[in-house]
Design a protein around this ligand. Sequence first.
Ligand code: COA
Length: 501
Amino acid sequence: MSSPAVTVSRDETLSEAARRMHGSHVGSVVVTVDGCASGMVTERDLLRATATGGDPTVIKVGEVMSSPVDTVTRHLPARVAMLQMRERGFRHVPVVDELDHVIGVISLRDLMRVADIALDTEIVEVPRGLKGVVVAETEVGDVRGREGFFHYRQYDATELARKSTFEDVWFLMFEGRLPTAQERAAFVAEASLLRTLPSAVAAVLPMLAGAVAPDTSLAALAGVLAMVGAVDGARPVLDLTPAERRRDALRLCALTPTVLCALHRLKMGEAPLTPRPDLGHAANYLWMLSGEVPDPELARAVETYLILTVDHGFNASTFTSRVITSTGASVPAAVAGALGALSGPLHGGAPSRALAALDEIGSPDRIDEWVRERIISGEKLMGFGHAVYRTEDPRSALLKEVAVSLGGPLVDFAQQVEQHVVAMLNELKPGRKLYANVEFYAGVVMDRCGLPRDMFTPTFALSRVVGWCANILEQAVDGKIIRPSARYVGPPPPQPIPPST
Ligand SMILES: CC(C)(COP(=O)(O)OP(=O)(O)OC[C@H]1O[C@@H](n2cnc3c(N)ncnc32)[C@H](O)[C@@H]1OP(=O)(O)O)[C@@H](O)C(=O)NCCC(=O)NCCS
């Protein structure tokens, strides 16, 4: 603000007001009564009065001033003052103290300079991490954290996981409805045709697989899918018809298991296997990984996991895929970005870590001490807690059921650990409502089905790519770029550039 404020009384003349404005290089004066603001006179008021023939040496300030007048306090955030002035159409507002006495004037120019507020930008404060903030509308699905419920296009996802095939859910995510028998057959045939790698990409896989470091399968997958996009000539979604976008999306979903299994086998010194058209998506995945047709019970367990993890609201990787799509970029670009987000341990990287924790605990008598130490030292226990659920994670509940039906010593131990961790989180973090999440029993089920640990998160990617693609196709229709703001909190600009040495 400029301080002290330039003031006049209502009985003074306009020429006196003009003289004070001119002398102080300001565009307005505050009209005061006993130190309090009773009105404002601006250059515009002076011009209006004199241009219509009035005599400024005779007209009194009280006759032309704007009144009543808005005031702001010195502690009001600049952003709020800005919005208030914009709403009321004022360019100058008196600043008052606790007794309502005028102590200065703030102008739009001051606000824009000091607070760096752009005139056409409405700044809205949101919670850290955007928790609870609605940033898009979707028909793909939803998570209801307080109820412990999530759905895909209005169907209870846990019910789909119990009753449907992965391909049916894939069709549902793409087309918005469950398929008829005829549609199912056509869809499976269409997807099967798309699961062969372009030969130029297949040719570089052996070298890549031999060179990648451990635990970088997601990065390798992202690279290969981006490469497929380049070889296929995948174009920006902005330039594609809905049918072309759908085809690009279907291709990436169909190719993901092929790429993952080829990289894995090559790394183990084995030749990649060609997909088997007679096997479902989950069984074919296990076949391409191990070279053995899986036991139907194990294939179904993996299929249940895959269906349960197809989509889950506006999680970090889905949001990433939508941000990239909102720029009009290609489907492979959006999927590669989403894979980067999924690779983070707080998102998709937890199942192998949850299993590693079980190994580290080792035996039931060590559970209490191990868990207590970790919680007290502020560590996050992998496979527990959730950003949205305040109940048991419904995915964890179903995967526990699957794990129990598969049986085995690891499953019994995992249940004991779960019980202790939940009880201890309740004791040491009261009121937070922390339970096992999808990752805890996912690791147990995948281990029981013979999947190697470094394939846990890639297996998550295999199902989630379908959810990302459904979101990408929806976002592509929206056409509005997602471009939020950040609050600059560094030292005030502009800083003179020091002479180069
Ligand atoms: C998933 C996760 C990132 C959600 O984070 P979030 O939204 O910030 O979590 P919340 O706001 O619910 O956390 C509330 C409190 O519980 C604690 N908490 C949450 N998850 C915890 C965990 N797994 N172990 C120990 N404490 C945990 C938090 O530290 C916080 O404590 P505070 O209130 O004393 O600061 C978090 O629970 C986590 O890191 N879990 C482990 C990783 C994992 O399993 N990820 C897979 C998710 S499906």
